[in-house]
Each structure stands twice: as structure tokens, then as C-alpha cells.
Design a protein around this ligand. Structure first.
Ligand code: ACO
Length: 331
């Protein structure tokens, strides 16, 4: 059976840098609070006119260049994002059009911060069975345009950034490389602990001028609650994958976790019994970029020489849903 390898990885961040001090103009917060509680120093936000599929295109172009491939080599697109450029259709179709490859199937995955690992798992099944040879997997997000930039929304507004990452996944007959195992989970019991409620699909009409005056049009989170679940689920799902593959955490070269909060990442490292030099972190530069986070981390870690051919990686995510997932990858 084929193995799924990363032939190329790329990322793109909007040029606009938003430092913590920016928020002090709109809400009761401080650079000190944000850095101490989250590890974030700055994030990238889009300018007017930038689109989710536009960010995705730039990340894809870099991934294709590194894979020494062209858009016509792509057999299938998986687009992981909470959003699209519009309400519908999904961003994958816009990206496919921009890539100039009509007819290539495109599927959108809405699994929030777990979107990339869920997408990788789906891609891996298609490649293992031989249905598709080369799959473009994208994580792309624009969160900045939907945040409450007042004191009321300060717990969420300071956390999120925009960006995109893309992986060119392809079939290999080398049994020593590629995706080894993945573990996926979800628990809708906690759907309302971290969610965006309005505009509502079931409300008639979906949005009214009155609704726009309330805070229910903004994403909401019970931060402490989410934090507690995250620090449990991350190590649990990494261990589950390691056990399934008969590997140990000592054999892992780099843990690449979803970047939600530096304190979560540090707690996960501690619970796994590893030091922070074995865990990738770039949250200080980009904040939480939801489904784009893990491919952005992978792309930067490759550039920095922290991932080399043969490195054993543990990818792990946790987010809204709740959803959580892990993949072990031999690069
Ligand atoms: N600036 C200043 N004060 C703030 C801010 C802010 N930006 N945000 C919250 N506070 C205040 C709170 O109002 C609270 O004040 P109070 O004590 O007067 O009520 C105080 O700071 C402490 O609030 P906590 O929520 O206890 O702060 P905590 O240390 O837990 O940090 C945070 C909050 C950063 C949100 C944290 O809980 C967290 O990171 N949670 C998990 C995030 C996560 O994992 N998300 C999952 C992925 S996202 C996705 O899937 C889309």
C-alpha cells in the first residue's frame, strides 16, 4: 500500500503586522497581559480585499515550487478552513479556479483548529488506497475581520491571526517515510464552549439590525474551560498515536502542536515529559491561525532546518467542536 509523503510545504502570512499595543487603543488590555497569558507578541491581519483563497494560493505556490510540481500535477484539493471567501461555496473551489485546474475535485473541511490534521488523515486514506496520487492540502484562515475589538471581546480578539499553509502530499512506495498513523476525535457536548453563533442559519431572517447590536455575532469562548481540556487532550491524543505505532515520545524529533496559547504548549511538553526544544512554537509571531497553524509551523520548521528528511514528527491539534487529533509523520 502507498505511503503519503510531504513533497512540498509552503506558507503565507499577510504583510500587515498587528502588535499587542494596537489593542490598547480599543479595549482594556496591555501588551504585558497578552504576552504573559498567551505568549503572543504580534499577529498578521489581512488588509481590505485580501481573501482566504488568495492567502491559500500564495502558500500553495510556494509548496508547489518546493515540490517541483505544477498545479496540473494536483489530483485533489482539500481545503481546511472555518471560512470561505463568501458564505458559499467553500474556499477550495475559489482556490481551484485561481490555480487554473478546472475539473479537479475540491473538498472543504470545517474542523476549526483540527482542520489540517483531519484533512491530512482524509488525504492519507485516498493516497494509501491509490484513488489519488497527489493531493493539495491547505489550511487557510481570516479571523481578524470577525472579532469584537472592544473590552467585551478582549479574551478572543487578542488571540487570533490570519494566514495560510499548504502541503503537497504524494504517494510513495518507501515504507519508511510518510504518515504513519492518525487519531481523530470530536465531542459535540462542548460545541458551545467555543463557537460562533450568529448569523444563524435557523433564525428567520438569519441576521437583523437588532442582532448586529449584540455580542452574539462575535466568536465566544469559555477560555479557562477550553484551556483545561486542551492540556489534557493534546498529550492524550499524541500518546494514543504513539501507542498505535509502537513508538515512544523519546523517538519523536519534533512535536508540532496547534498554537493556541504558549502556556498550553508548555503544559503539554511538561505532561509529555519533554523539553520545549522538542516542541515547535511560533505563536509569538502569528497568534492562533486556526487550521493554518500546523502547516505554517511545518513550513517554517523546514526552513529553519528543524525538520529534515527522516525526522519523526508528532502533529497535534485541539479546538472548537471540541475536536482534537494527532498524526505521526516520518518526514
Ligand atoms: N486583556 C486583559 N485582561 C483580559 C484579557 C485581555 N486581552 N482577556 C481576558 N482578560 C481578563 C478576564 O476578563 C479576567 O478578568 P476577571 O478576573 O476580572 O474576570 C482575567 O483576565 C483572567 O481571565 P482568564 O480567562 O482566567 O485568563 P486566562 O489566564 O485563562 O487567559 C485565555 C485567557 C488566554 C483566553 C486562555 O484561557 C486560553 O488560552 N484559553 C484556551 C484557548 C484555546 O485553546 N483555544 C482553542 C483553539 S481556538 C479554535 O479552535 C478556533
Amino acid at each position: 500500500m502507498n505511503r503519503t509523503i510531504f513533497a512540498g510545504i509552503g506558507h503565507y502570512l499577510p504583510e500587515r503586522i498587528v502588535k499587542n499595543q494596537y489593542f490598547e487603543k480599543f479595549m482594556d488590555t496591555s501588551d504585558e497581559w497578552i504576552q504573559e497569558r498567551t505568549g503572543i507578541k504580534e499577529r498578521r491581519w489581512v488588509d481590505e480585499g485580501e481573501t482566504v483563497s488568495g492567502l491559500a494560493l500564495k502558500a500553495t505556490e510556494l509548496a508547489l515550487q518546493r515540490a517541483q510540481m505544477k498545479p496540473q500535477d494536483i489530483d485533489f484539493i482539500i481545503f481546511a478552513s472555518m471560512e470561505s471567501d463568501v458564505v458559499f461555496p467553500g474556499g477550495g473551489c475559489f482556490l481551484q479556479h485561481k490555480l487554473g485546474i478546472p475539473g479537479v475535485p475540491s473538498m472543504d473541511i470545517r474542523n476549526q483548529c483540527s482542520g489540517f490534521v483531519y484533512g491530512l488523515t482524509v488525504a492519507d486514506q485516498f493516497i494509501r488506497t491509490g484513488m489519488y496520487k497527489t493531493i493539495l492540502l491547505v489550511g487557510a484562515e481570516i479571523q481578524s475581520t470577525g472579532l469584537d475589538l472592544t473590552t467585551r471581546g478582549r479574551d478572543m480578539a487578542v488571540l487570533f491571526g490570519d494566514g495560510a499553509g499548504a502541503a503537497i502530499l504524494t504517494a510513495s512506495d518507501n515504507p519508511n517515510r510518510g504518515v504513519i498513523v492518525s487519531k481523530l476525535h470530536a465531542d459535540g457536548t462542548y460545541a458551545k464552549k467555543l463557537w460562533g453563533e450568529w448569523p444563524s442559519i435557523t433564525h428567520h431572517p438569519r441576521i437583523t439590525p437588532e442582532m448586529l447590536k449584540t455580542d452574539r455575532i462575535f466568536p465566544k469562548m469559555e477560555g479557562r474551560y477550553v484551556f483545561k481540556h486542551a492540556v489534557t487532550r493534546f498529550p492524550e491524543v499524541i500518546r494514543e498515536a504513539l501507542d498505535a505505532a509502537n513508538l515512544t515520545i523519546d523517538e519523536v524529533d519534533l512535536v508540532v502542536p496547534h498554537q493556541a496559547n504558549l502556556r498550553i504548549t508548555e503544559a503539554v511538553a511538561q505532561r509529555l515529559g519533554i523539553t520545549m526544544d522538542k516542541v515547535y512554537s511560533n505563536i509569538h509571531k502569528y497568534g492562533n491561525t486556526t487550521a493554518a497553524t500546523i502547516p505554517i509551523c511545518l513550513s517554517e520548521a523546514v526552513e529553519e532546518g528543524r525538520i529534515k528528511e527522516g525526522s519523526l514528527l508528532a502533529l497535534a491539534s485541539f479546538g472548537s467542536g471540541f475536536t482534537w487529533a494527532s498524526s505521526l509523520v516520518r518526514w
